[in-house]
Design a binder for this molecule. Structure first.
Ligand SMILES: *Cc1c(COP(=O)(O)O)cnc(C)c1O
Length: 379
């Protein structure tokens, strides 16, 4: 099936007890058993829940994977992947990624004896020098947050396969509609379902998708043992979100393109970060591995002062000043003080994330209104 049909039908079997076309919200903590150990495959809702299972099936289908697992947040999904490792193991991670992932690695898992190396993965060969016998996982994100850099997933996968290392790709920014890392050789795809999958800024949730059954079993064991499972209502919301993922992403891409070009042609705008420009350093790879360029755009102003950026951030009317992304409504964000404040300033500046950088999550409103809003805010 094609992606749009998959979004609508994945995981959607009529409910066996009533024929309900939409998956019911099984708001229950436990399931009655006929005799000890004799049950309908459901024992306790941390381990099994029918609404969650329907969502996990949908996640697998839209990512072209065999198995999906849903978590109570994106960082809980990341947390589960790192729990595959032992003290002494090493991870090579992208140097430009979601601030909360960096915080989880440095502030939580380093304490447990796992070592992280942060590498610019825009050139896959930069990874090789960091590989040693303890390297167990490569963690990457593309397009990156917030600098919209592109990592060549197939090139990184060639390295992980040759060295027997797991590759996990945070696919939150692209969404499964624009990019499928498993097809490019990744072992695990991670999502903050809070973003494009949910799509309506009304739920916090995470997801993992994989093909290997042994890996699925280990991650399922971690999911149920550590307990970061989403509730059935939240699973229903993400299932509902997925049904319109394809049409939302089409509009995010159209609006993203219009706004990226508007910004680039504006005399007061400095640099615009968007991977759909044909002079973007990752353009060729983005074109090869993505079906569109998405609605995430960052930019700076020519007057590169933090004060001017702050003024702009507080003067938009349609773009709401908020963290998060991927919802139907447009958001504007200041990475240095908001989403990426957990990364030390010197680390941020070293990686090109300046204090004046502004990030947009372009929503699916009418593009003209979004452009008018930015026009008057930039002044
Ligand atoms: C938001 C986000 C996360 C974390 O997900 P939560 O659902 O907020 O826990 C991870 N990666 C990326 C790229 C994100 O944007």
């Amino acid at each position: 099936m094609k992606p749009g049909t998959k979004c609508i039908h994945a995981g959607a079997e009529p409910d066996p007890s009533t024929g309900a076309i939409m998956t019911p919200i099984y708001q229950t903590s436990t399931f009655v058993q006929e005799a000890p150990g004799k049950n309908k495959g459901f024992e306790y809702a941390r381990s099994q829940n029918p609404t969650r299972f329907a969502l996990e099936e949908a996640l697998a289908v839209i990512e072209n994977g065999k198995y999906g697992l849903a978590f109570s947040s994106g960082v809980a999904a990341t947390d589960a992947v790192i729990k595959l490792l032992q003290p002494g193991d090493e991870v090579i991670a992208a140097n430009d990624m979601y601030g909360g992932t960096y915080r989880l690695f440095t502030k939580i898992f380093e304490k447990f004896g796992i070592r992280f190396h942060y590498v610019n993965m825009q050139e896959a060969e930069n990874i090789q020098p960091y590989i040693n016998k303890n390297t167990k996982l490569i963690w990457t994100e593309t397009p990156t947050n917030p600098l919209i850099n592109i990592v060549d997933i197939a090139a990184v996968a060639a390295i992980t396969k040759a060295n027997n290392i797991l590759l996990c790709v945070d696919n939150t920014f692209a969404s499964p509609y624009l990019q499928n890392p498993l097809d490019l050789g990744a072992d695990i795809v991670m999502h903050s379902a809070t973003k494009y999958l949910g799509g309506h800024s009304d739920v916090i949730q995470g997801a993992l998708v994989m093909n290997d059954q042994a890996l699925r079993d280990q991650l399922y064991f971690i999911q149920k043992s550590c307990g970061a499972v989403p509730g059935p209502m939240d699973c229903f919301l993400v299932l509902r979100g997925i049904k319109t993922l394809h049409i939302r992403m089409q509009r995010h891409c159209e609006n993203g393109e219009k706004i990226a070009h508007f910004l680039r042609n504006h005399p007061k705008v400095g640099h615009v970060y968007w991977c759909g420009f044909n002079d973007h350093p990752g353009y060729a790879v983005a074109k090869k591995q993505m079906r569109g360029f998405g609605g995430m755009i960052s930019f700076t102003l020519k007057d590169d002062s933090v004060e001017t950026a702050m003024k702009l951030l507080s003067s938009t009317k349609v773009f709401a000043l908020a963290e998060s992304l991927g919802g139907v409504e447009s958001l504007i964000n200041h990475p240095a003080t908001m989403t990426h404040a957990s990364i030390p300033r010197e680390e941020r500046i070293k990686n090109g994330l300046s204090d004046s950088l502004i990030r947009l999550s372009v929503g699916i409103e009418d593009a003209e209104d979004l452009i008018d809003d930015l026009k008057s805010a930039i002044g």
